[in-house]
Write a new protein. Structure first.
Length: 685
């Protein structure tokens, strides 16, 4: 942890107004994190009440929304849960009162040297036992109630997060802002903390009431209570808090980031590459080296590290004042010994300990609530995160459109991907037109900008300058949902979903999900029909299932019934990369059944297909092109071709015309042809 250092100062103007005070950005280095916080520049002797008030107000708004949302989900269960929490908060006070009553009966008997009042003593003991048993049953019952309420709340916020994250577009995802820690559990934990804090405050009030009752004859209750809470108050208010600050957090320690990156390789998505590349030992060695270099640098949340910063003097003072209640007993025994009995002192001692722990709990819960509310605010902010790709107002298709397909044109288009080096353009002043129903093949070297066309024409990104014109209008004017309903894409980046093959294909046209005739026809067009015949469950097969099944301290080769049961658990079905591409292609053909497709973009989807499978796929696509404009981005060469180089259209024309020009297309064609000639001249084995 380091001291705050000012990296830069940003003001709101040359002459800040009274209503908009000047601000500065301070950079804190806390463990592996760099934290930038915004602080007000105000008088050294003045406390910025406006900023503090705004902090509390914004926190209260989040808290109010949280309570309204959660209570609205399951009000009855939460009411019962609140009642049981109140009961639990009173439990210690009631038990202490019953214990004090038992001790008082015994003390009176000992002081008078008589036998204890048996009936009164038995009744007091039985009362305590009954209360303990009743509390145990209520606690057990409350766990079931709490579990039911928690499940309902988690389901609600799982739905909320699913919607928020699915609406994020590609440019937004490239912001590189981490929100993986935001889960449906956060709001529930914040609500639980609020409930716990409320009941702890009620318990504090009850404990103070017991103290006043215990010492009311000597009029010492208020003094004793204050002495009990001095220590936790000093320690609580001496702590610094970051939760209410505006802040930007970034993990900048390269060793920590490398550890996180290497640890992510344990995910099953990378397992094939790791095993086939024999990378296991390398990853383990590099992870340990990074951890060794990291050393003892703290990886705690920066908010936690900031809160833990305080002077040793605070701890010293708090330790001394922690003995104030004991000093109070000593003073009373010397100055006014008759004002308290041993039972009262014992009860107050136990009450003081309980009260101190209650205050500790209150301050702990208050700190937790601050942090929880800060994270819940970030969760609610997800719905405010407007997509970078803005929706248009015009319906698609427009009234005047060709039945042959979509008319597409680029006019002086320039585009750079977010985060790319300044001046490095994926497309640079590109202009061309594709007529409705035309079939265009775009070829070029890797990195020449071929695939960028598809991303712009399907409006996954917007151009930096220039225009993409679709059927006579700027593509940004159309409603996204309607435009994309008219587009089908097939790329090598498409993946299978962790759903059944039937759903994977059917999702190309969700409205016909139950139509198995259409699904089977799409599978046939994609070349996937043969795959289905090899799978035991056919269309019901899930290739990438999300499941939880494991054994603990059980190995499949053990000679036990448990090991046999583990071995018989359902295994994951695997198919080749080419077969996966056929299934993805089947989804695209299913999409054609909607009869709304006017533009098809095919971006090198056949990298894992054999030549026969690739030819079959392309032939099927060409057969289905009626009423559709098609673009093929591929290394193969077609009848009508645009050749890309360095983000520009280098050449445009038919295959014969481009060969005759002996330009970039001619060069690429000869390189590819020479490779095939070399392969065919090798001796056969």
């Amino acid at each position: 942890m380091g001291n705050p250092t000012i990296d830069s100062t940003a003001s709101t103007g040359d002459k800040p107004s009274k209503r908009t005070p000047q601000t500065r950005i301070e950079t804190l280095h806390l463990g592996v994190y760099r934290v930038m916080v915004e602080k007000r520049i105000s008088s050294v002797f003045a406390f910025d009440f406006a900023e503090s008030l705004e902090s509390w107000r914004s926190g209260f708004k989040v808290l109010r929304r949280l309570v309204v949302d959660i209570v609205g989900i399951t009000p009855t269960l939460l009411f019962i849960m609140a009642l049981t929490k109140v009961w639990e908060s009173l439990e210690e006070v009631v038990l202490l009162g019953l214990e004090t009553k038992i001790l008082r009966i015994i003390e009176i008997s000992l002081s008078s040297r008589d036998r204890p009042a048996a009936r009164a003593l038995i009744m007091a003991v039985v009362s305590r036992l009954l209360f303990v048993m009743c509390s145990s049953l209520i606690t057990h019952w409350s766990r079931d109630v709490q579990s039911q309420a928690q499940t309902k709340v988690l389901h609600h916020y799982d739905d909320y997060l699913l919607i928020a994250r699915l609406h994020m577009d590609l440019p937004k995802l490239q912001d590189n802002r981490t929100d993986d820690y935001l889960s449906a559990r956060l709001p529930w934990e914040a609500f639980e903390t609020l409930l716990e804090l409320s009941t702890k405050l009620f318990a504090v009030a009850s404990q103070l009431g017991f103290m006043f009752h215990a010492v009311r004859s000597g009029n010492h209750g208020l003094i004793f209570a204050v002495l009990c809470v001095v220590k936790p108050f000093i320690q609580a208010f001496a702590r610094q808090h970051m939760w209410a600050m505006r802040r930007v957090v970034e993990a900048t320690n390269t060793d920590y980031v490398r550890m996180k990156s290497l640890k992510s390789l344990e995910h099953s998505n990378y397992r094939l590459d790791i095993l086939s590349g024999n990378l296991i030992q390398y990853i383990i060695t590099e992870f340990r080296d990074a951890r060794k270099r990291l050393g003892d640098t703290s990886t705690d949340y920066p908010e936690t590290q900031y809160s833990n910063q305080r002077s040793p003097a605070v701890g010293l003072i708090a330790s001394v004042v922690g003995d104030f209640p004991l000093m109070y007993y000593v003073a009373i025994s010397l100055l006014k010994p008759s004002s308290m009995s041993l039972t009262t002192i014992a009860s107050l001692q136990q009450s003081a300990i309980l009260l101190r722990w209650l205050f500790w709990d209150v301050f702990y819960q208050a700190d937790s609530l601050r942090s929880d509310i800060s994270r819940v605010q970030q969760l609610y902010d997800l719905e405010k995160a407007t997509p970078i790709i803005k929706d248009g107002d015009e319906s698609y298709p427009p009234e005047k459109h060709s039945d042959q397909g979509m008319a597409l044109s680029l006019e002086h288009v320039e585009f750079s991907y977010p985060g790319s080096k300044e001046g490095k353009k994926a497309l640079n002043d590109v202009s061309f037109r594709i007529e409705p129903g035309e079939l265009v093949v775009i070829v070029g070297a890797n990195g020449s900008g071929k695939s960028t066309f598809v991303k712009l024409l399907t409006r996954l990104y917007d151009v930096n300058s220039g225009s993409v014109i679709v059927d006579g209008q700027d593509i940004r004017q159309y409603k996204l949902a309607e435009l994309r309903r008219s587009i089908a894409t097939l790329t090598q980046d498409h993946l299978l979903f962790p759903l059944s093959i039937e759903e994977n294909i059917g999702l190309g046209f969700p409205e016909a999900m139950t139509d198995k005739t259409l699904i089977n026809k799409a599978a046939e067009m994609g070349g996937a029909q043969e795959i289905l015949t090899k799978l035991n469950d056919g269309l019901n097969t899930v290739l990438d299932p999300v499941s939880i099944q494991y054994g603990a301290r059980v190995q499949e080769d053990d000679d036990t019934d448990l090991a046999a049961a583990l071995k018989n658990l359902k295994k994951k079905v695997e198919v080749s990369g080419g077969e996966r591409q056929r299934l993805v292609a089947a989804r695209t053909f299913m999409r054609f059944n909607s009869h709304e497709i006017r533009f098809v973009a095919v971006d090198e989807p056949s990298s894992a297909l054999d030549p026969e499978g690739e030819l079959q796929l392309f032939n099927n696509l060409r057969e289905a092109r009626a009423g559709k404009t098609m673009i093929f981005v591929t290394h193969r060469f077609g009848h009508l071709t645009k050749c890309m180089k360095d983000g520009k259209v280098a050449e445009y024309g038919s295959h014969t015309e481009l060969l005759a020009r002996q330009g970039e297309y001619y060069k690429m064609y000869n390189i590819q042809a020479k490779a095939f000639d070399s392969a065919s001249s090798e001796p056969q084995t």
